[in-house]
Design a protein around this ligand. Structure first.
Ligand SMILES: Cc1ncc(COP(=O)(O)O)c(C=O)c1O
Length: 408
C-alpha cells in the first residue's frame, strides 16, 4: 500500500539514535549520548514567562505567521544581515524543517547538496521528486563546496533550476563556510538559489558570523529559528526569510502551509516575539563560551595520529575520522563503538559520505547545560576542572573513545 518513493526511506537517523540510546539505558548500560544533538541549555526565563502569559491565545493565526512576530524577526534579521527585510519577507513555520520540506515539494529543479549534509535534506528532496546533485567536499576546504565544484554541476545543463543547500555553521562538521564570496559569484552568474540553513548561526564561535545573504541577498532564502540558540527545539518554531525577488516561492509556501499545518501554535508565536525583541546576548555568549570550551576539549583530547578532526567553529558537532581498516562501513564501526564503549555516534554515511569512509558525527551536548551556565560567570575561562565537574560524561566518553581508537 506504500508508494515506492516512500518504501526506500527510513526514520530519520538522528531521532532513531536517541531512541536506541534510551532503550540501552533502560537495560542498565551506561550510554554517552553523542549521537543526538540538541541544546543542553534551558530556554531563557523571560521567554518561558511569555509563553505562560500567552497560554490563553486560542485563535488560529495568519498562515504566514503573527504579524508582530514577523515584524520583530524582520527587524532582528535586518540588523544581523545588513539588508532591509520586511514582515512580508518572513514565513513562520512549525520548525524550519517543515518549511524546507514544503520548499522541496514546490521546487522544480535539481537540489545541490554538499556532502556532508544534514540528514533530512536528501530524504526531503527525494519526497519532493527532485534530482540530487551531491558534491563531495574536502577537509582542506572546511568541508564546504568550492565555487568551481558548484559551477561544474550547473554547466552540465544551464537550463535547469538549481537550489543549493548551504549550512554554516555546519551539522555534522561543526565548520563555518569561509568561501562565501566565491560561492555568491557563481550564484549571481547562474540560475541558482541558495537555501542558507543558519539554524546554528547564533552559536558561531568566531565573532562576526557572515551569512551568504550578505553577498547575494536576492538569491538567498535564510532558514533558521528558535531550536538551537534558544534551547527550544521542542517548541517547533522556525522561519524562512525570503527576499522580494523570490516572492513566487513565498506565495507557494503559503499555499502549501494553508493546506497542511495552517499556522504555528499561537502561544508559541506570541512567546517568540520576546525571543527576538529582548536582548538575549548574555545568554547566547554564555552558551557559546561553554559549547566552545567543551568542543575544544573533545577536539584536543580525541585528535591523534589515529583520529583526524577539524577544530570546532560553531554549533554542537565534531566530525572525527578514524584511521581504521577493521570495518567495512562507518555504520558497522559506530555499532562497534556503541557496543564496546557505550558511546553513541552517527555514521558518516548518514550525511551522504561513502559508507567506506570512517567518518562519524559526534555531538558534544551530553551534559546539564543549565547547571553549567548557572555556576560560571559570564566570559569566565573554562578549564578542564570545570568541564570535569559540569560535563563528566563528555570527559569519560571521550576517554573511552580515545582508548577504543588506539586499541582497534
Ligand atoms: C542543520 C539543521 N537544519 C535544520 C534543523 C531543523 O531545525 P528545526 O527545529 O527548526 O526544524 C536541524 C535540527 O536538527 C539541523 O541540525
Amino acid at each position: 500500500m506504500l508508494k515506492n518513493i516512500i518504501k526506500g526511506l527510513e526514520q530519520s537517523s538522528t531521532l532513531k539514535i536517541n531512541e536506541i540510546s534510551a532503550e540501552l539505558e533502560d537495560k542498565g548500560k551506561k550510554i554517552f549520548r553523542f549521537g543526538f544533538g540538541q541544546s543542553p541549555f534551558q530556554i531563557p526565563n523571560d521567554i518561558v514567562e511569555a509563553l505562560k502569559d500567552n497560554a490563553y491565545q486560542n485563535k488560529y493565526l495568519p498562515i504566514q505567521g503573527l504579524k508582530e512576530l514577523r515584524e520583530t524577526v524582520a527587524k532582528f534579521a535586518s540588523i544581523k544581515k545588513g539588508y532591509s527585510y520586511k514582515s512580508k519577507n518572513v514565513i513562520i513555520g512549525p520548525g524550519s524543517k517543515e518549511l524546507m520540506f514544503l520548499l522541496h515539494v514546490l521546487f522544480d529543479g535539481e537540489i545541490i547538496l554538499p556532502v556532508p549534509s544534514w540528514v533530512s535534506y536528501a530524504p526531503q528532496a527525494i519526497i519532493g521528486r527532485n534530482k540530487i546533485q551531491a558534491i563531495q567536499t574536502k577537509r582542506e576546504n572546511n568541508w564546504f563546496p568550492t565555487g568551481t565544484e558548484i559551477e561544474e554541476i550547473i554547466l552540465k545543463d544551464k537550463n535547469k533550476n538549481y537550489l543549493l543547500f548551504l549550512n554554516s555553521p555546519n551539522n555534522p562538521s561543526g565548520q563555518v563556510c569561509k568561501n562565501l564570496e566565491e560561492i555568491s559569484e557563481i550564484t549571481k552568474k547562474h540560475n541558482l538559489i541558495i537555501l542558507s540553513d543558519e539554524i546554528y548561526s547564533e552559536l558561531s564561535f568566531e565573532k562576526g558570523f557572515k551569512s551568504i545573504s550578505s553577498f547575494c541577498p536576492e538569491k538567498t532564502i535564510i532558514s533558521t529559528g528558535l531550536s538551537k540558540w534558544c534551547g527550544a527545539g521542542g517548541w517547533r518554531l522556525g522561519y524562512f526569510i525570503i527576499p522580494d525577488s523570490l516572492n513566487i516561492l513565498r506565495d507557494s509556501i503559503n499555499v502549501l502551509a494553508s493546506e497542511t499545518f495552517s499556522a504555528v501554535s499561537a502561544p508559541i508565536q506570541y512567546a517568540a516575539i520576546t525571543a527576538y525583541k529582548s536582548d538575549h546576548s548574555e545568554y547566547i555568549d554564555r552558551s557559546k563560551n561553554i559549547l566552545k570550551a567543551v568542543g575544544n576539549y573533545v577536539y584536543e583530547n580525541l585528535k591523534s595520529n589515529k583520529v583526524l578532526i577539524n577544530k570546532p567553529q560553531g554549533g554542537f558537532y565534531l566530525m572525527p575520522e578514524f584511521l581504521n581498516k577493521k570495518f567495512n562501513t562507518s555504520a558497522e564501526m559506530c555499532d562497534n563503538i556503541l557496543k564496546e564503549t557505550g558511546v553513541a555516534l552517527l555514521p558518516g554515511s548518514d550525511f551522504g559520505f561513502d559508507k567506506k569512509k570512517m567518518l562519524a558525527r559526534l555531538s558534544f551536548t551530553d551534559f546539564d547545560g543549565q547547571k553549567f551556565m548557572m555556576q560560571i560567570k559570564n566570559k569566565q575561562e573554562i578549564d578542564k576542572s570545570l568541564i570535569l565537574k559540569f560535563a563528566p560524561k563528555i570527559v569519560e566518553g571521550v576517554d573511552k573513545l580515545k582508548k577504543w581508537s588506539t586499541s582497534t
